[in-house]
Each structure stands twice: as C-alpha cells, then as structure tokens.
Design a protein around this ligand. Sequence first.
Ligand code: ACO
Length: 330
Amino acid sequence: MKAKIIGTGSYLPKKILSNLDLERMVETSDEWIVSRTGMKERRIADDNEYPSTMGVEACKLAMMDAKVTPEEIDFIIVATLTPDYIFPSTACLIQESLGLKSAAAIDIQAACTGYLYALSIAKSFIESGVYNNILIVASEKLSSIVDYEDRSTCVLFGDGASAAVVSKNGPGLSVESVCLGADGEQAELLMLPGGGSRNPATQKTVNEKLHYIKMAGNEVFKHAVRRMEAASKQCLDQVQIKEEEVSWLVPHQANKRIIEAIAKRFTHLPSDKIFITVDRYGNTSASSIGIALDELMKTNTVKEGENLLLTAFGSGFTWGASLLKFTRNA
Ligand code: ACO
C-alpha cells in the first residue's frame, strides 16, 4: 500500500508587491529582477494574516478537495520557518481553528524543503498503519523576516500557504518515493541569525539587523542546482523510473534560472512540462512546491498514470525529491 495525496489546497494573500514597487524601495530594476530571477511579482500578507491563518485557508480547500471532514484528520504536520510563535506550534493553532479534535499536531523546520520532509513523515505514518488521514501544511510569512533595505534578498521572497491531505485510500497522487538529504556544514550560507536562544532579541541584535534573512546568494545557487539534480535522480533510481517517463517537474520556486539549470540536466523534459509559479509568487519557501502542485492539479491537465517529480532545496542545507503517480482509481 502506498500513501496518496487525495486533495490539495493553497492560499495567496491579495496584496501584490511588484518589481516596480521594489524599484521605489531599493536600488534595483524590473529588468535586473526578471533577468536574474524570473520574478515579476510576489504576494505579501496583511498585518493580520499569519502562517496559521493562511494555513487554515489552504487546509480548508485541501480537505474540501479530498472530501474529508475535520473529525477524520489524525495528524497535522506544519512546515514553516516563520511560525506565528516559537511556541506553541503553528500546527496547534491551525488544529484549533479547524476543529481537528482527534488530531495530533507538530511543526517541522526544513526551510524550503519543508513540504517534502512533511510528505515523507506523512507517508511513513500512513504506510505503517498508524494513521489514516494526515494534513500536511506549509505556510510562510517571509515578509516578516525580509530586510526591505537589502536589495539582494528583498526582491526574492513572498508569502503564501499550501496544504495536502495524505491518506491510505482514495484516488489521487500516489507517493511512490521521497528522498531527503541535509548538510549542516553550509548552515551559515543561508540563515536568520537572531531570535533563537543563541542570539535572543536585544537592542543590539535589532540594530545589527540579525532578525532578517542573510544569504550568500551565489553559493546557494550552485548548491541548489547540484543537490536538486542529485536528489531527483536518486528518487527516480529508487522507483526505477527513467527520465523520459517523468511527465511533470514541479520544482521549488527559488529562481527561474535555478529551475532552468535543473531542467537542462533532464534531456527529456520540454519546458511546458515544468510547472512555474516563481514569476507570480516569488520564493515562498516551504509553501512553494505545494502551491505549484495545487495549481497544476487544478489545471486538469495531469493524465491518468502520469509521473510528477517534485524537488526542493533550502537552508540547512536541506534538499529532497519525490515521485508521485496520478491515479483516478483508488
Ligand atoms: N538589483 C540590482 N542589482 C542587484 C540586486 C538587485 N535586487 N541584488 C544584487 N545585485 C547586484 C549585486 O550587488 C552584484 O553587484 P556587483 O557585481 O557590483 O557586486 C550583482 O548584482 C550580482 O550579484 P550576484 O549575487 O552575483 O547575482 P546573482 O546572479 O547570483 O543573483 C540571486 C542573485 C538572485 C540571489 C541568486 O544568487 C539566487 O537566486 N540564489 C539562490 C537563492 C536560493 O535558491 N535560495 C534557496 C532557498 S531560500 C530558503 O531556504 C529560505
């Protein structure tokens, strides 16, 4: 028995931050942003929107899509690097808002690879028979940790949430395999230095801007391409599926150039089979793969038996890939 994604949902805040808006905030240009990242605009949460509230909206849509009730959810796993609070978990806040009375709840943190880590945990719990229905959620308010005076990072990130119901039974996307990896040696290349117990908030950490994302973009770029390619190939080997049998690539939406560099390494993937949202939403970290997967499924273009390859890379470093197969028949 393979775990299946039987419903998906996503939520994007209404407010749009365009490249032209950014031109008025820092020394940058639409031309630079589009040519270096492929991004045109991203969504920004309102002051009263949080990862929990955005996650709730994505979950409602995923549960409706899956036709499951709140009582049927056994476990909720939330992937986020921008939780509402350090504790209690965002998962508990969502559990309460949705009335998931019989669900256990936990947050996980694997940065942009969070969705795949959550999927892997859900797959294990379903296939071992511990739970029947698990809600995986990725929700990020990256605008709360972005320095809008730093042009090298502020153009990249956006807010949003995605969710999926992973179950034992039902039609949907069978989770054939998930491969995960990590390398803490490179931790300092992409991090939020302040706010944890090593550098708790003080006037000094605020003055030094330690509560904002710090990234060595160039270095991260190279690692991202290498790791996502390797994870994807490892994942295909594990299920003995050839490159040419992959119908769709749903990559983490960090940068269009990263996606193109990975696509080049897959000789059989035409560009119209690579699902892109980075132009509209920027990098929404853990949420990005789930948002893209939800939008792809809602286009109704995925056919019976088609294979979808998901891949992600993020701070840590962490990375992963997953192979999903679409089956209408349970
Ligand atoms: N507008 C104009 N110029 C800029 C901007 C900007 N917004 N940002 C940087 N520049 C300048 C730099 O100052 C530099 O100028 P210099 O040559 O005079 O020093 C020049 O542009 C080139 O800068 P690079 O950093 O070399 O530009 P690069 O082509 O590498 O693009 C980018 C930068 C977009 C950040 C890219 O490196 C990238 O996408 N990196 C990976 C991001 C990523 O994958 N993150 C992973 C997950 S995120 C997570 O886990 C939270």
